[in-house]
Design a protein around this ligand. Structure first.
Ligand SMILES: Nc1ncnc2c1ncn2[C@@H]1O[C@H](COP(=O)(O)OP(=O)(O)OP(=O)(O)O)[C@@H](O)[C@H]1O
Ligand SMILES: [Mg+2]
Length: 245
């Protein structure tokens, strides 16, 4: 379980996160929605320890992580937590397979052959075993996202944080990614937190959905009940109301 309590983060004079409280329950897919620029990516980066909060606490399986050193984060947090970055963050000068094996090299002591085998298995899981020797810039946007997911699951994470995995993809590709998120959750039991603008995706993949607004989680509900809520901000957002400030 991941518990975020009263998380605050500011950059210069701008307060981005102003007391975020949320719980990611074991086994679930939790979607976080919110307008562009509200701090969704900043929230994920705090959870994985790439940014340090100014205030508040983050517990991962009961361990408070905000005061850990970079080494402690690497050994205790990032081993069980994978992140699929908003823009994929693949290394263009390396093949798909090398992107995955290099990531594994940083984390553990597998032999070269073992790393290649894990890379191949991860690519199979995302349906891309045939492109191991290709370079990221030869791939479509949807394939790149799937490679980024393969790289994250190669670490066998307990938790996977996805930053806008379907943004910029057409509806068919979006569904391929949605199906993959569901499959990894159900078949591998990966607890997932998914940042998205895409209400269709929320309906398909989420057990619960929360909304980040003006630095706080202003509403959280079961995804199946999302169209019957009495929170005005949440309702405006999911209906795409242009009046929402
Ligand atoms: N490292 C940083 N230094 C300074 N400001 C930052 C930094 N990272 C993010 N910000 C600012 O924090 C705010 C929130 O950014 P963030 O990327 O989290 O938004 P977002 O909700 O993910 O938006 P989008 O939906 O467009 O991805 C923005 O105003 C951004 O400029
Ligand atoms: Mg973002």
């Amino acid at each position: 379980m991941v518990e975020v309590k009263q998380l605050k983060k500011r950059f210069d004079r701008q307060t981005i996160l102003d007391g975020v409280d949320l719980t990611l329950r074991d086994g679930e897919v939790l979607c976080i929605i919110g307008k562009s620029g509200t701090g969704k990516s900043v929230l994920l980066k705090n959870i994985i320890g790439l940014l340090k909060p100014d205030n508040g606490t983050i517990y991962i399986d009961g361990e408070e992580i905000t005061q850990l050193t970079e080494d402690e984060l690497n050994t205790r947090v990032r081993t069980k937590m994978g992140m699929v970055f908003q823009y994929g963050a693949l290394w263009d000068s390396m093949t798909v397979e090398e992107n995955i094996t290099l990531a594994l090299k940083f984390r553990n002591h597998f032999t070269h052959q073992e790393r290649k085998k894990i890379a191949q298995e991860s690519l199979e899981l995302v349906g891309l075993s045939h492109i191991a020797k290709e370079y990221p810039d030869e791939l479509s946007g949807g394939m790149k996202k799937r490679v980024a997911i393969a790289r994250a699951i190669a670490m066998k994470p307990k938790y996977l944080l996805y930053d806008e995995p379907t943004t910029g993809l057409d509806p068919v590709l979006s569904n391929i990614i949605n199906d993959l998120i569901i499959k990894l959750n159900r078949e591998l039991g990966i607890t997932s937190m998914v940042i998205t603008h895409d209400i269709n995706s929320v309906e398909k993949i989420a057990h619960r959905v929360g909304m980040l607004y003006q630095g706080k989680i202003v509403h959280m509900c079961d995804a199946k009940d999302m169209w019957h809520q009495d929170n005005e901000i949440f309702n405006k957002f999911i209906h795409g109301d242009t009046q929402l400030k």
